[in-house]
Design a protein around this ligand. Structure first.
Ligand code: NAD
Length: 498
């Protein structure tokens, strides 16, 4: 068993950490690594290293930065398979899905390679006689990212390529459940020529997070994780004067209208509900069948759920892997039990699934609960597992009202062949990311990603143009170069244009 250390100032170090937490292989149930958990002094060492590096990185030319970013992109591309394997072995998701996550992260790196265009300021000639005005943006300094287990490569890559391209230096606190991808990314930065201290990784739990939130030399916090922690991070870090974007949990609904192609809708619903074992913040976990869509849809959904091949993520024939930890598995099973107890009809039951040869793995099979109502625990909680709850409504308006009454607003989708109904839906829902016959509408890197309501605390969505704004602050310069002999025009009145 290996012990995973931090990455501070361009090298691995244990620092002053002595506490550890286990890193599992969810497919085998094996405790495969021990992860060191940072003390506040380790966090301080990382912030100091990042602070020292900022002095030159923050002042480096745009082309120096993009050169390193292009190198980074090439090496991640080359080592994508290795990163995907590390993800599969600690998270459990199947290799093809892990490779997809690396690809979506790379798209943000590619966006960041284009940072010269994004950092172009504005210029206004002759705003007053002999006076010009222009604007530009500068980096914040040391910024930190705190990330969840479910995308150990992609979610950090939503943050640091943009932050670093803008001239900031970065401290990442990845999830303690699957830390190895972030260590590979740190190695790759070094290989790409990023100066020491620009990118640092500290592993840890609440102790490390609190040390980052309170640290006076950290200018901004990007957080992605569950809603209670997102809210806590936002409150604590804004109280200490930081800029914060904190993306939280989700309960994503799809509505299916009677005019939809039911076979198509069911295939996509199953993929969106059971892909990555439902451990995606954009997973569809609730479906509302509108009017007569219900029974026909359920026949198709049941068949799709039963057809999913569950197995270890390293097996290329597996479509869905295990759950990340035994605790998460037990929590998911608890919600299925509650749904059944409270009147839901468990149409497809993934409880107690045993995968031959992997009897100690943390598996739960695809589960469909029909006849769910909005007061049941399986609806009011984010289950974060392969469980699809199906509700019914009489009309599109009622379905939109149900979505809007839900406290989350991350993603949603409509299945229909009616442009008018789709337009009504997209304009009416209080949700940040919307799919029309697309169940997992994750925006491309050149748009920004973010939800509404309890799915986001703070003003900025992540990556894309809003990411650039988040990691920089603006200056506006008003300038005059008086010629010798020009009357100064100075006056004690409020300056106005002439
Ligand atoms: P989590 O909230 O448990 O953990 C996220 C991070 O916060 C981790 O780094 C963890 O170490 C830290 N943390 C956990 N408890 C803490 C505490 N008490 N104090 C301070 N820090 C703490 O989330 P998770 O289980 O790793 O990830 C799943 C959650 O993330 C789901 O709710 C999912 O919807 C959400 N998520 C949201 C998005 C999005 O874009 N909105 C994306 C991915 C995941």
């Amino acid at each position: 068993m290996t012990t995973i250390e931090h990455w501070i100032g361009g090298r691995r170090t244990a620092g002053e950490s002595t506490r550890t937490s286990p890193v599992w292989n969810p497919a085998t149930g094996q405790h495969q690594h021990d992860l060191l958990l940072a003390e506040p002094s380790d966090v301080d060492a990382a912030v100091q290293a990042a602070g020292a590096a900022f002095e030159s990185w923050g002042d480096s030319s745009i082309s120096t930065r993009t050169k390193v970013l292009f190198n980074f992109r090439e090496i991640v591309n080359r080592r994508a398979g290795e990163i995907a394997q590390a993800i599969t072995d600690e998270h459990g998701k199947v290799l093809s899905d892990a490779a997809g996550e690396v690809q979506r992260g790379l798209e943000v790196v590619e966006f960041a390679c284009g940072i010269p265009t994004m950092l172009k300021g504005g210029y206004s000639d002759q705003v007053s006689t002999g006076v010009d005005s222009f604007s530009f943006r500068q980096p914040l300094g040391v910024v930190a990212g705190i990330t969840p287990f479910n995308f150990p490569a992609m979610v950090p890559m939503w943050m640091f390529p943009v932050a670093i391209a803008c001239g900031n230096t970065f401290v990442l606190k990845p999830s303690e459940r699957d830390p190895s991808a972030s260590m590979l990314l740190a190695e790759i930065w070094a290989e790409a020529g990023l100066p020491e201290g620009v990118f640092n990784v500290v592993h840890g739990d609440k102790v490390a997070v609190d040390a980052l939130l309170d640290h006076p030399d950290v200018a901004a916090i990007s957080f992605v994780g569950s809603t209670p922690i997102a809210k806590y991070v936002h409150e604590r870090a804004t109280a200490s004067g930081k800029r914060v974007q904190a993306l939280g949990g989700a309960k994503n609904h799809a509505i299916v209208l009677p005019d939809a192609d039911m076979g198509f809708a069911a295939q996509h619903l199953a993929a969106a509900a059971f892909g990555s074992a439902g451990e995606r913040c954009m997973a569809i976990s609730a479906t509302i069948a509108v009017g007569s869509a219900g029974d026909q849809l359920m026949e198709h959904v049941e068949a799709q759920a039963r057809a999913v091949k569950v197995g270890p993520g390293r097996d290329p024939s597996s479509e869905m892997g295990p759950i990340v930890t035994p605790e998460s598995r037990d929590r998911i099973v608890g919600f299925i039990d509650a749904g059944e107890r409270q009147g839901g009809k468990v149409l497809v039951d993934g409880r107690g699934l045993v995968v031959a040869g992997h009897e100690a793995g943390f598996f739960v099979g695809p589960t469909v609960i029909d006849q769910v109502t909005t007061d049941m625990d399986c609806y009011t909680n984010e289950i974060f597992g392969p469980v699809l709850s199906v509700l019914r409504s009489d009309s599109v308006d009622e379905a939109i009202a149900m979505i809007n009454a839900n406290p989350y607003g991350n993603g949603t989708a409509v299945f229909t062949n009616s442009g008018g109904a789709a337009r009504k839906f997209m304009r009416g829902v209080h949700v940040g990311m919307i799919g029309i016959n697309v169940p997992v509408p994750v925006p491309m890197a050149y748009y920004s990603f973010g939800g509404w309501k309890n799915s986001l605390f703070g003003e900025h969505h992540i990556h894309g143009p809003e990411g650039v704004e988040f990691y920089t602050r603006g200056k506006v310069v008003t300038s005059r170069w008086p010629d010798a002999g020009t009357p100064s025009g100075a006056s004690l009145d409020m300056p106005t244009a002439r």
